[in-house]
Write a protein that binds this ligand. Sequence first.
Ligand SMILES: *Cc1c(COP(=O)(O)O)cnc(C)c1O
Length: 360
Amino acid sequence: MGRVYNFSAGPAVLPEEVLMEAAAEMLDYNGTGMSVMEMSHRSKAYEQIITTAEKDLRDLMDIPDNYKVLFLQGGASQQFAMIPMNLMKNKKAAYIVTGQWAKKAYQEAKLYGDAVEVASSADKTFSYIPDCSDLPIPEDADYVYICENNTIYGTKFWQLPDTKGKTLVADVSSCFLSEPVDVTKYGVIYGGVQKNIGPAGVVICIIREDLITEDVLPGTPTMLRYKIHADNGSMYNTPPAYGIYICGKVFQWLKKRGGLGAMKEYNEKKAKVLYDFLDESKLFCGTVEKKDRSLMNVPFVTGSEELDAKFVKEAKAAGFENLKGHRTVGGMRASIYNAMPIEGVEKLVAFMKEFETRNA
Ligand SMILES: *Cc1c(COP(=O)(O)O)cnc(C)c1O
């Protein structure tokens, strides 16, 4: 069987060129006679891999010198704890709850201090982004937390909240490198890489230097201190070496494609194919308020659970994988990350049209 169109929300599709390069280098990386998996992380060859990866990421995102780039482990979920442990100096933080991942982060933060929910879209099953222009941010809040793209519900902050001068912390797992970002607007930008960049297990954390201090909550484990990782260039212990190598290849792939501006254009074009169809279809419809639609995750329904199940099954047989919606919301979801070619979306829409005619 050949490659399918993989619409998984994560781990997700990676660029074929990257996978082929990694395959070609599997047994002998660059004349070293060994795989990157078998190599000391202190070796010259590996040092060059991680240094180049960081440099390419800095170029792509235009990351200022006063921000550190950390390659960490534990997935995005580990950051739910690391953020309060390291940043809650006043033991207070504001959380905007726009979906399950934001909620999990909020609940985790409550273990460490006073996490305050300052806005939520739970009233309409997280189908929109609340107005964040004048939120009741506590005076002594250490930071304001958002999940910028809500992977499960398919919403995206197109405008960042007014944090009233507080540090903004953002989980960008599912929109990482999908568009240009102004890093200076954030204190911390972090994401698990398995949605848009690489293999699960690596989490990239871009953090402003003044937020990296020894002053962390008592009992914070060594491995969960940003300062330890920053002081050791992400090499305090063995980093997720192979994963970082694949991330580095994706960064180079993105640079070759013209960087994040070009990527955004492509992603907009790609998402439009699907959204335009959803807007005119008599069978399928999107579940999110138009103004808040994500370019990466597109949830939709037919209105009948039976038809939804039939669609997912027939789509799979036709080579469109992982279209079933998240177990908590049902329906369908097409995740169309950077590496999903526009042909994949066009063919999916053609299949949806044909399904609609057959089931009218
Ligand atoms: C997938 C996801 C997570 C969880 O990532 P893990 O690496 O499994 O911990 C957190 N936040 C968002 C926005 C996600 O999409």
